[in-house]
Design a protein around this ligand. Structure first.
Ligand SMILES: NC(=O)c1ccc[n+]([C@@H]2O[C@H](COP(=O)([O-])OP(=O)(O)OC[C@H]3O[C@@H](n4cnc5c(N)ncnc54)[C@H](OP(=O)(O)O)[C@@H]3O)[C@@H](O)[C@H]2O)c1
Length: 304
């Protein structure tokens, strides 16, 4: 008998790869829904591939058919061009409808810490609306709400390290702590797999064991890679202007206005009891020799 499959969106991308690996380690069968195959990825020979195509609901339903679990990481970091929060929600609705038609056993949805329909920030508002779509879908489900995820393949800490390796100074915003509670991608994946195995409708924050102000976060990266960059306190408007100026030659978005404001409001800190154990410093130590050696472009990876 063919064992049931678990479908993971983005197994060749960042967090989805950790979820796929956690499932494979448990001897489970995994299929990814991704925009493109990636023959060079370490998981390429181990997971089945199907296309993440919101324009063809029938194909999505076929590819989800009989799946024990759908781990849905699909999202965008910011709206761009025709991709608005409205279209991201529409795509999420399509995926959930297909999951229902395909009789998927359970959906584990990736949201974000402090998702709220009242949030002034589109990302957090749309995440809360996606949670509501799932709750109202009739599907058995669980929701994982990560803070800031670190691990192989993430962009933010890598690109901070890239700048620290090159720039003489690095601007750190004033006017708040801009706190985060980074969580390891392994811990996020473990939590997602654990929630997939539960029978109830569960939701849990995925947050690390320590809270860092943005200045502490940058200092931790700086210390791990041995950079000598001068960290300069500066008003948020100046930080944004500098980030925008640096984004132009890189052809990327280093940090957006909403992203900085959400950090200022400490939205990447969990209000729930801490569960995760892996500290950021340990990971930084492990990655120190490679972190920030090359710039990883969000636009290059996800938009172009
Ligand atoms: N990274 C964090 O620190 C963090 C923090 C809180 C919450 N989250 C949430 O956790 C989940 C996983 O995050 P992640 O950073 O690991 O995401 P990711 O791997 O970069 O992408 C997750 C999925 O979204 C798809 N995707 C990404 N950008 C897209 C675009 N512009 N257009 C169409 N599809 C796109 C990817 O498609 P492909 O498979 O084709 O690449 C992948 O299936 C997301 O739901 C995210 O919102 C992440």
């Amino acid at each position: 008998m063919i064992p049931p499959v678990h479908v993971v969106t983005g197994a060749f991308s960042f967090t989805g790869a950790y979820v796929a690996r956690a499932l494979l380690e448990r001897g489970e069968r995994v299929r990814t829904l991704s925009r493109r195959p990636d023959a060079g990825h370490s998981l390429a020979g181990q997971v089945e591939f199907a296309r993440l195509q919101f324009g063809d609901e029938e194909a999505l339903t076929h590819d989800l058919s009989g799946a024990a679990t759908l781990f849905n990481t699909y999202w965008v970091r910011f709206p761009r061009g025709a991709a608005t929060w409205g279209t991201v929600l529409e795509n999420t609705r399509t995926l959930l409808r297909a999951a229902r038609a395909a009789k998927v056993g359970r959906v584990v949805q990736f949201s974000v810490s402090n998702a709220s329909e009242d949030s002034p920030y589109g990302y957090f508002r749309a995440k809360a609306l996606a949670e509501r779509e799932l709750r109202e879908s009739g599907l058995a489900h669980a929701i994982v709400r990560p803070t800031l995820i670190f691990g192989h393949g993430e962009l933010l800490l890598n690109n901070i390290a890239w700048m620290l390796r090159r720039a003489p100074l690095f601007l750190v915003p004033t006017g708040g702590r801009y706190a985060t509670q980074p969580v390891s991608a392994e811990d996020v994946a473990e939590l997602a797999v654990e929630l997939a195995g539960r029978g109830d409708e569960a939701g849990a924050d995925a947050a690390g064991p320590a809270v860092y102000s943005f200045a502490e976060l940058v200092a931790a990266v700086k210390s791990a890679i041995g950079a000598r960059t001068w960290l300069v306190r500066s008003p948020a408007v100046a930080v944004l202007a500098a980030a925008r100026a640096a984004s132009v030659p890189l052809g990327d978005v280093l940090i957006g206005r909403d992203e900085l404001a959400a950090l200022r409001d400490d939205l990447l800190v969990s209000r729930a009891p801490r569960r995760s154990t892996k500290r950021l410093e340990h990971w930084l130590e492990e990655e120190a020799s490679t972190l920030g050696r090359s710039f990883v472009s969000e636009r290059g990876r996800n938009w172009d």
